[in-house]
Design a protein around this ligand. Structure first.
Ligand code: ARG
Length: 584
């Protein structure tokens, strides 16, 4: 919709340029927005205000000139000038009705696949080996997965990259500790290692307390880096046990990551020496007190001097940044990415910017490939402090999901239903997982997010249970009407304002999906689905369907509006990784 109006305005500008009524060098960025108040039409543009100054014309007169030269379009019923020079567009209701009709018949709900599919690498989740996944990884996982699903739906080739933290000096200590545990109990990995966090903590304690152990650990680091078979095997066991843990969480949450998507830090390790040598040869990296450092003018330290980014330590070890340099290079050169999206905590922003500045300077990645940090804030408890257990420990995701199920069961207990025990269990599970995911997805990811059970498990407001419930409402209308949503007669005719409002919302689905893909912001889709459900509820109140006195035409038209609503709700929720229910 927006794009269509944009195209009309583009045509108008170029016609006016040809006629000499606008300066030929003008290349305006045409913006079309939805209006807040329907009295001002459905869409509006500030184009005339934008052009007035460079064109040397009065903004209102210019707006009139634009309107007078606008090509005819079936979308637009009328235009109006407003305020100092805004142009408002009123959409045609016959056109809207036709859109809803095609939506009912179209399995993609009128969202076309991208004309130029891209190869998009999405870096998300990325937990660390021998550590429990924490709530920060939950945010990355859930938001990243929604964007992955959206990009795939639009026809892009998506490569999921789970950049797990599976390399580094801590592995000496972890291997030595695993060895110790295995001496006591050879089956420790298959039976006992349910708490990775505890394992990590204990091995650190041992390292700090026992000099012999520490010596052995340091020795193992060197051996591991040298490719020693025993150390590699021990390391692999730690990686595998962690991946098993994580996979359970992914599966339970319905996250689309699999073990095949792991591209961890260790994968880049063999590339680092050559990259560092190349940076040195290019004169980008220089020696400084035994370390190799890249000085970046773009970043200044406290004294105002260029900031130094270490790419190789004095002892020859590489760093997290060195790995991310290799990683960006790999994603361009080996994976052929057009775009790489990183869903990482905002505290790692500077780290990424430094790595990417180096990558661009070294010519590893051209400007045509976009590197995007889709940052997010922290997950906070209700008290506004970082989300932790009462004793200050990391909250285990498994415990969090268990609690979600208990609470969802209690919530649904209050509802009168005639569901069987089996159906009920499924509803509880789906509502619980949806609530946890949706609570995170529905907030703008850049801000900190307050985790609050009561808000997320409510049937009111912008919540998963509310949307899942809206979907079941539509399904119950079809059951009552005794018809199937995929075999509907008649056509959509828009008469009541509530029908018009619902149809308007429905046709915004396409624009919304596209902006989620462009901006990596699933909360836009959440808000849209919430508004759609609201429009549907108002429509259902104002426009009866299964009542006496409703004409056959009106009934058919309204059922089609219901079918389109159900389709968009289901498709939209599935892009967010949320399951719908037929009944609840
Ligand atoms: N493992 C890191 C962490 O837990 C996140 C990795 C993100 N991806 C990347 N390419 N640096 O903080």
């Amino acid at each position: 919709m927006k794009e269509h109006i944009q195209a009309l305005l583009e045509q108008t500008v170029s016609t006016l340029k040809q006629q000499g009524k606008l300066p030929a060098e003008l290349e305006p960025r045409i913006q079309v927005d939805r209006t807040k108040d329907k009295a001002h039409g459905d869409l509006a543009t500030n184009l005339a205000l934008l052009l007035a100054k460079p064109a040397g014309q009065n903004p209102r007169a210019l707006a009139q000139l634009l309107v007078d030269n606008l090509p005819a379009s079936e979308l637009v019923a009328k235009t109006e000038l407003a305020g100092p020079g805004f142009i408002n567009f009123f959409l045609d209701s016959a056109w809207l009705a036709r859109q809803v009709d095609t939506m009912v018949a179209d399995e993609r709900a009128n969202v076309p696949a991208a004309e130029q599919p891209q190869t998009v690498v999405v870096d998300y989740s990325a937990p660390n080996v021998a550590k429990e996944m924490h709530v920060g990884h939950l945010r990355s996982t859930i938001i990243g997965d929604a964007v992955v699903r959206t990009l795939e739906f639009l026809g892009h080739k998506v490569i999921r990259a789970n950049h797990i933290g599976d390399w580094g000096t801590q592995f000496g200590m972890l291997i030595a500790y695993l060895e110790k545990l295995e001496q006591e109990n050879p089956d420790v990995l298959s039976s006992g290692l349910s708490d990775l966090e505890q394992f990590y903590r204990e091995s650190k304690q041992q390292y700090d307390a026992d000099p012999d152990f520490a010596e052995r650990a340091r020795n193992y680091v060197v051996k591991l880096q040298g490719g020693d078979a025993y150390c590699l095997n021990m390391w692999q066991k730690l990686v595998d046990v962690t991946l098993q843990h994580n996979q359970q969480v992914y599966d339970r949450l319905g996250v689309s990551l699999t073990p095949d998507n792991v591209m961890g830090e260790s994968m880049y390790n063999p590339m680092l020496a050559d990259i560092v040598a190349d940076l040195q040869q290019q004169g980008l990296a220089v020696e400084d007190e035994g370390a190799l450092v890249v000085y970046l003018d773009e970043y200044k330290n406290k004294d105002g001097d260029p900031m130094g980014v270490i790419v190789r330590k004095k002892d020859g070890g590489f760093l997290y940044t060195t790995t991310d340099i290799a990683c960006a290079k790999y994603r361009y050169q080996q994976l052929g990415a057009d775009r790489v999206l990183y869903f990482i905590d905002s505290r790692q922003h500077q780290h990424l910017m430094q790595a990417w500045t180096i990558v661009r300077k070294a010519g590893y990645v051209p400007d045509s490939m976009s590197l995007e940090h889709h940052a997010f804030g922290m997950m906070l408890g209700k008290d506004g402090r970082p989300f932790k257990t009462r004793s200050g420990g990391t909250i285990k995701l498994v415990d969090l999901l268990d609690e979600a199920e208990e609470r969802a069961a209690a919530l649904l207990e209050q509802k009168q239903t005639d569901l069987s025990a089996e159906e009920k269990a499924q509803v509880v599970n789906r509502v619980a997982m949806a609530a946890v995911k949706y609570a995170d997805l529905s907030k703008s990811r850049t801000t900190d997010y307050i985790f609050d059970w009561d808000n997320m498990l409510s049937f009111e407001g912008n919540t998963a249970p509310y949307l899942q419930y809206a979907y079941t409402r539509v399904q119950s209308i079809f059951r009552k009407a005794g018809v199937s949503a995929d075999a509907l007669a008649g056509k959509v005719v828009i008469e009541a304002p509530a029908e018009e409002a619902l149809a308007q919302k429905l046709v915004q689905f396409n624009d919304t999906v596209k902006s989620v893909a462009d901006k990596g912001m699933p909360h836009l889709l959440c808000l849209y689905l919430y508004e759609l459900s609201g429009a549907f509820m108002s429509f259902y109140e104002a426009c009866p369907i299964n009542k006496d006195g409703v004409s056959a035409e009106a009934r058919a038209s309204r059922l089609r509006l219901c079918a389109a609503t159900a389709k968009v709700l289901q498709q939209g929720l599935s892009l967010l990784g949320i399951d719908t229910l037929e009944r609840m």
